[in-house]
Write a protein that binds this ligand. Sequence first.
Ligand SMILES: [Zn+2]
Length: 262
Amino acid sequence: MQPPASYDEIVARVVAACDAPQLTLTRHPVADLGLDLLRVDIAPQAPALAHVGLFGGVHGDEPAGFISVLEFLEQRRWADHPGIAFSVFPCLNPTGCALGTRENADGIDINRTYDRDEVPEVRVLRAMIEHDAFDAFIDAHEDPEEDGFYVYAFLEDRAWHTEVVQAVAERGPVTGKSEVDETPVEAGLISVGEDRSREEAFQEYMEDGDWPLPFYLYSLGMRSGMTTETPGQIELATRVAMQHAARERVLELLTAARSAGA
Ligand SMILES: [Zn+2]
């Protein structure tokens, strides 16, 4: 498996994958870059139980993240979840993904700028989702330094967090470390401390500015999500399978919870 060689290749794959009546592709021009950000909306086959946002390609040197989102479309994995409406954002950092760099072509880590409109591709994305209200979102990343998976999780049911890690562990290694990215991690899980509410913790984090994407989503009222971090030191195909496993488990849990409550 090789990462896409260019943003044009990513766009071509998305366009080809959207050849189904349930899928609506919209292009959102980033005039400064001379390219479009893509959004794919997928209508549920049944009345929607939930609306889920899937994001990939924020960091261009983390290919399993955006490959897994491409495959979600190409392999029609959405069809396994007929009660869920999806909005899919396959590649948020087109120039970085083309270059294979964390930063965009201007050398900016866009995932520290979602609190403001200074970076063109971030400005466009912010406008693209400002009226959305996803019941859950998944931001697919990797940690190029690591040899084990971990996840930043703040899903609506804390019990889901360990289920996600267990599902991933069936596909590849989960980190045994007690700290990654200068943050405590326990059994592959980075979550808000037990002693504080999510709201308090997020307000504190967000006061510092330089938001990654999940903080912008949180500021829009989206309170349930996770950032998956597959380990860049192992084989790419395994990392992609781990991304699929994490997403699948959340979608299963969300469907079950909403079906029970319906
Ligand atoms: Zn990343």
